[in-house]
Ligand binder design. Structure first.
Ligand SMILES: C[S@@+](CC[C@H](N)C(=O)[O-])C[C@H]1O[C@@H](n2cnc3c(N)ncnc32)[C@H](O)[C@@H]1O
Length: 591
């Protein structure tokens, strides 16, 4: 791996020849290097001193190649580090102490040294020793190649950051201005689990949440989030600034949790970077910046690191205790933020697609193993997945599924008696069901499914995908007189009356609802749309605010083949149904 080679410049060779090869005492060698570039204990021990000298003399590489996945290793390029540091320094902030908590090859340290002239103390932590060598040699080279530079004081700690008490290591006095800068590992605890890696914090309730899954190791969290929280806990009361390259989802979590962490951070900004260009990864990532020891703030400016005088400023974060993705837009539509009287549901979950997802070819069912499947039709329903929700009205499906239960936990022994072909098929593929990893299937009746209940069997549904970056809702009609099912990546409300469904569909797709909805959604999240967000749409407020003529015209224009022409009385009746839980419910479950 070429990237791990240390490039030893002619200046370093010459310096070593004149000053270091002649030295037998590594303390003396360290002093010489310290006086030139400020690196403390360049050679941490006698053995390293001998090894480095021998390798350099014989032109051998100093570092070996290793798998670096478990260390979330995406080294920041010199150009991006320079840009980050120039953004920080342009606000007239000159640190006296810099902490790079996972310093890697050290480009941030080098950038600070290139762009400042004052004396700075550096603390640089890194778990991977070869990177420390690379960083040390780069800094030595920098000083050998530039004259009249203020020599800093630089301490490297070849340590696991999770083993350190950082505020005991970074010594600060009241006049110090601290810059915490870096790019912590891009890896999640789940990825580390797969790699069997222990590069993890000791299990602790690091978010202080009850039942947060990370505590038990169940939930997925970014190591970078843990490190950010560690540092903010240790240093948010200290004068200085904090600047980390992070995935946007981590920044969102930090701001989301700020309402109970209440860190003393202000001027918070998320300056997006092009992660594809900078790191060749497909991820939404940014520079997360904030000022330490400020009045706590709960919102974050969204901008780009490449723009100096950004366009209109927008923020995400808290407004009146509610978390939103666009504060500007939210202010215009916040009257729609409430509690939906209709319950949004997630679709069917079975974790057994090889057997449970079928296609119909020439009137024959085929499963995902490409086997022909013989079934009674009764338990077979049309199935829509997220990618199928791409039309206004949907009445056909590419896929089918077997609905083994009418509600969660229902005994499935009836299948053997009533539907022998279906039972034979399921039973002969039992091993696929038994191999389902999720704990929800443990000790449950055979062929159990989840996300199923009375609500699944409503004839009409208004649905949306949870995964896609589009916010239009679709109307789902029955197929051969049977309700169509959705998979667990989708959310829906069920209706037994087509007009009710069409009015709710129109209300949700109205531009004001769409704008409001957009002001809540974080498009860089893995699951863009969640039940929590959908449940915030106050359908009553929306129906009360959209003029009746909108519904009248659109039902006539687009849906006259599906429903009768709506009158104001019919509209008020629907409004009454969803406003008042004592009236005939639109669907079985109302709050
Ligand atoms: C995303 S890279 C960034 C490196 C450097 N900050 C930069 O911007 O180029 C993350 C670095 O964290 C280091 N690292 C990973 N786990 C660590 C740990 N537990 N303690 C200290 N460093 C760690 C990796 O070896 C890697 O160099």
């Amino acid at each position: 791996m070429e990237m791990n080679k240390i490039s030893i410049s002619p200046e370093i060779y010459s310096f070593f020849e004149k000053n270091i090869y002649v030295e037998n005492n590594f303390h003396n060698a360290n002093e010489k290097i310290y006086s030139i570039c400020g690196i403390k204990d360049f050679f941490p021990c006698e053995e390293d001193f001998v090894k480095v000298k021998t390798r350099l003399k014989s032109n051998q590489n100093l570092v070996k190649d290793d798998s670096r996945i478990e260390y979330g290793d995406f080294q920041t390029s010199e150009s991006l580090a320079d840009l980050v540091i120039s953004r920080i320094l342009e606000n007239k902030f000159i640190p006296s102490v810099v902490l790079e908590p996972t310093c890697g090859k050290g480009n941030f340290i080098l950038s600070v040294l290139k762009q400042t002239t004052t004396f700075i103390r550096f603390y640089c932590i890194e778990i991977y020793k070869p990177y420390i060598w690379i960083s040390k040699f780069n800094i030595l080279d920098h000083f050998l190649n530039s004259t009249n530079r203020t020599v800093p004081h630089i301490e490297y700690l070849h340590q696991n950051i999770f083993d350190l008490q950082l505020n005991e290591i970074v010594k600060l006095d009241s006049n110090d201005l601290l810059l915490i800068v870096g790019n912590p590992p891009w890896v999640t605890n789940a990825q580390l689990g797969i790699l069997n890696s222990d590069n993890l914090p000791k299990k602790s309730n690091f978010k202080g949440h009850n039942g947060f899954d990370a505590i038990t190791g169940k939930g997925n969290f970014d190591i970078a989030e843990y490190i950010s929280l560690m540092l903010l806990k240790a240093f948010s009361n200290v004068n200085g600034e904090f600047a980390f390259l992070l995935k946007n989802i981590v920044v969102k979590n930090l701001i989301n949790d700020q309402n109970y962490n209440r860190f003393r951070i202000g001027n918070i900004a998320q300056l997006s970077i092009d992660a594809k260009k900078e790191f060749n990864v497909s991820a939404d990532a940014s520079l997360f910046y904030c000022k330490l020891n400020s009045e706590p703030e709960y919102k974050c400016l969204r901008s780009s690191i490449y723009e100096t005088n950004g366009k209109t400023k927008d923020y995400f974060g808290y407004v009146d205790g509610k978390f939103v993705s666009s504060i500007n837009t939210y202010h215009r539509y916040k009257k729609y933020d409430g509690k939906s009287t209709l319950v949004w549901r997630q679709g069917v979950k079975h974790d057994c697609s090889k057997i449970m997802e079928l296609e119909k070819i020439n009137n024959h069912f085929l499963n995902q193993n490409n086997e022909e499947v013989f079934l009674e039709e009764d338990l077979v329903y049309g199935l829509l997945k997220s990618s199928d929700l791409n039309k206004d009205v949907i009445d056909t499906t590419r896929k089918y599924t077997i609905i083994t239960q009418k509600k969660i936990g229902e005994d499935t022994s009836y299948i053997a008696e009533k539907y022998p072909q279906t039972f034979t098929y399921l039973e002969s593929n039992k091993e696929y069901f038994d191999a389902r990893k999720s704990k929800i299937y443990k000790d449950k009746t055979s062929f159990s499914i989840f996300g199923i209940g009375d609500y699944s069997f409503y004839k009409y549904k208004v649905a949306i995908s949870g995964l896609y970056k589009q916010t239009k809702f679709s109307l789902i009609l029955p197929l051969n007189n049977k309700p169509i099912m959705l998979d667990d990546t989708c959310y829906f409300i069920g209706f037994d009356n087509i007009l009710d469904a069409i009015i709710i569909l129109l209300a949700l797709n109205h531009e004001t609802t769409q704008e409001f909805f957009n002001s809540l959604i974080f498009f860089d999240s893995k699951r863009v749309i969640t039940k929590d967000i959908l449940m915030r749409i106050d359908l009553v407020a929306i129906l009360n605010n959209i003029p009746f003529t909108y519904f009248e015209q659109l039902t006539r224009k687009n849906y006259n083949n599906l429903c009768e022409q709506i009158t104001i009385q019919m509209f008020e009746n629907i409004l009454g149904k969803i406003s008042n839980k004592n009236l005939v419910p639109i669907q079985a479950e109302l709050f």
